[in-house]
Design a protein around this ligand. Structure first.
Ligand code: PMP
Length: 426
């Protein structure tokens, strides 16, 4: 197909008229499709309905150590949950705390505690610095950025590549500024870019010289077993940090939100023993017990890592046709037009579309006008501002397949129209 950049003005005008007509045709169909967030589909949630039967009014609600899960008790997780999720995170049983129902809750809590009290080894709370800062690889996750803004952490954007953040820049930044306290990392199938950190990036993150001795990597491993096409094993960051002599550098987060039921999962924070002890003391102030009934339900249903991996294959079977639909439509409709590029993730929950600069907002608006709600343009960047106005997060997991196909057709027409408009305005 001819790149739009090679078309004459008259050809672009004609194309514009045709694309406007196409969009009007879709608009007349009265579509109402919402792809704004990366939610699991109903089919995925159905996979774990049996979990609701494994703990019921006839069940023994005692954990392995005899604790009555219906009551207040050990706040760091019941033994069988600690064992299963320590294996899931690849850590020892005394290097993990099993707590809330969503990892965002833990990420947010961990940031708030650091701002109020500091972390192990802090001279003072992060919030007592004049301009405490956090490194934010972009494109990244809007919730991470929202947390930083809320707690008063200045965000420093760093480009993210397929194999991880630009490490030359990260090393330079952290070496020179004691008020840079931490960094977001989504090491595997990152939201939304699908990046998987290479061994080199991981070692450099673990080894780098930080001016702040209380610097922490917030290792949000939300998609560690979430393969769709092909696995990309990523090194265990706690092991690497220990190996290079910086065992306390990382907090690792995970949850079962994208395994069982989203927002109703079990979630965990893992770290060195020293960090874990420190975190446990802080949690003791916050609560006298997390939802142990949910832990019990999860462990009795999931049972083992082998079972979790089998369940993840069922998720992949549901997600693959959806990702095929998105990538297939882009390949068919957009290849060779010079109107952007897109990621080809092997797992996770998202595809990222990189539009012709200056077009992302217009594309999202055109889709919204046609009944297709996408994640806001700019959500992939700190403060919601993408300086190039290029990145769009596509979340294919939630809509039924037929709706997703329709939405992607609308998206492609919107991409073409916005690109033609841009070229005509140039
Ligand atoms: N972290 C990342 C990177 C995510 O993409 C998501 C889900 N969109 C979450 C955390 C949320 O997970 P949870 O439901 O466990 O809070």
């Amino acid at each position: 197909m001819e790149a739009y950049q090679n078309l004459s003005r008259a050809q672009l005008e004609a194309l514009k008229a045709r694309l406007e007509q196409d969009l009007a045709g879709y608009r007349a169909r009265g579509l109402s499709l919402n792809m704004a967030r990366g939610k699991p589909s109903a089919e995925q949630l159905d996979l774990s309905m049996e979990m609701l039967d494994v703990v019921n009014s006839k069940s023994d609600c005692h954990a392995e150590d005899g604790a009555d899960c219906r009551n207040y008790c050990d706040i760091y997780g019941i033994p069988e949950a600690i064992r299963l999720f320590a294996a899931y995170m690849g850590v020892e049983e005394d290097e993990i705390v099993i707590c809330g129902q969503s990892s965002l809750q833990l990420l947010y809590d961990a940031l708030c505690r650091a701002m109020l009290q500091g972390v192990l080894g802090s001279d003072k709370p992060w919030g007592k610095y004049e301009h405490p800062k956090f490194i934010c690889p972009v494109p990244g996750y809007d919730k991470h950025f929202g947390f930083c803004k809320f707690v008063g952490l200045e965000m420093i954007p760093v480009p993210l590549r397929a194999d991880g953040p630009d490490m030359d820049l990260v090393e330079k930044l952290v070496a020179g500024d004691e008020s840079i306290k931490g960094m977001w990392c989504m090491p595997k199938f990152s939201n939304p870019f699908g990046a998987c950190y290479s061994d080199e990036v991981i070692y450099r993150l673990a080894r780098m010289q930080c001016a702040a001795k209380d610097f922490r990597l917030f290792w949000d491993n939300a998609y560690s077993y979430h393969v769709i096409y092909k696995d990309h094993p990523v090194l265990n960051m706690l092991d690497v940090c220990k190996e290079v002599g910086n065992p306390d550098r990382v907090f690792l987060f995970g949850s079962t939100s994208k395994i069982t039921m989203a927002g109703s999962g079990v979630t965990f924070i893992a770290a060195s023993r020293a960090n874990t002890e420190f975190i446990k003391k802080q949690y003791a102030v916050q609560t006298v017990g997390w939802d142990k009934m949910n832990m019990l339900r999860h462990v009795r249903y999931l049972k083992s890592m082998d079972n979790i991996k089998e369940l993840m294959k069922k998720h992949a079977a549901i997600l693959r046709p959806r990702f095929d639909a998105v990538l297939g439509t882009f390949d068919r409709e957009l290849t060779g037009l010079g109107v952007g590029d897109w990621t080809r993730p092997d797992g996770g929950f998202f595809v990222t579309y990189m539009a012709m600069p200056g077009c992302a907002k217009r594309i999202v608006q055109l889709c919204a006008d046609t009944g297709v709600t996408l994640t806001n343009a700019g959500a992939t960047h700190p403060g919601g501002v993408d300086p190039e106005d290029s990145y769009i997060r596509i979340a294919p997991t939630y809509p039924p397949l037929e709706e997703l196909k329709a939405a992607m057709e609308v998206f492609c027409v919107a991409v073409k129209l916005a690109s033609v408009e841009k070229l005509l305005a140039a």
